[in-house]
Design a binder for this molecule. Structure first.
Ligand code: K1U
Ligand code: ZN
Length: 174
């Protein structure tokens, strides 16, 4: 297993659309394991392949609390097949936009179709944090970041602050 680098804006891979997986093989399962290791180490509750520089439609998630056993989930080619009219607002974060959080409104519940790590077709009805996280990660596969759901003013403020943070970090590493 390996820790993968997490890309930050303005990396073009974060704005690109990921491609569907044709065959779920050992190479895909290795990537899933590396993504889970990277997500747990970050730490985070989700990670999309775009964020580690790979344009494949793969997402990993684990929303288990620290006092609960791990509950890793890998979604290959996930598709939203139903979304509720009711919406929910959650203060979202992103490993590609570290240390910034903002309220995002999304459908409260979604049903998704995906392939599991054995290539079997599955469906999942997601509510609460799982619903928010699944939608956030599927957005990544479309090249969309949570800040793209905000006003241009809020988005640019966060992206400018992030760019300044990165410059300071690079300077202090010299
Ligand atoms: O996609 C990502 O970058 C992961 C992101 C997922 C997410 C969080 C909140 C709402 C929607 C999607 C994160 O995991 S950010 C970090 C985070 O939320 C967290 C980290 C440690 C413990 C608990 C939460
Ligand atoms: Zn994210």
């Amino acid at each position: 297993m390996a820790l993968l680098p997490i890309f930050l804006p303005p990396a073009p891979v974060l704005k690109a659309k990921a491609k569907p997986i044709e065959v779920v093989d050992d190479e895909i399962r290795r990537l899933i394991d590396d993504m889970l290791e990277t997500m747990y180490a970050a730490p985070g509750i989700g990670l999309a392949a775009n964020q580690v520089g790979v344009l494949k439609r793969i997402v990993v998630l684990d929303i288990a609390k620290t006092d609960e056993p791990p509950a890793p989930l890998a979604l290959i080619n996930p598709e939203i097949i139903w979304a509720s009219d009711e919406t929910a607002i959650y203060s979202e974060g992103c490993l590609s936009v570290p240390d910034h959080y903002a309220d995002v409104e999304r459908p409260a519940e979604v049903k998704i179709r995906y392939l599991d790590r054995e290539g079997h077709r599955r469906e999942l009805h997601a509510t609460g944090l799982l619903s928010t996280c699944v939608q956030h990660e599927i957005d990544h596969l479309e090249g969309v970041l949570f800040v793209d759901h905000l006003s241009a003013l809020k988005r640019n403020m966060i992206l400018r602050k992030l760019s300044k943070q990165r410059k300071h970090q690079a300077e202090s590493a010299l």
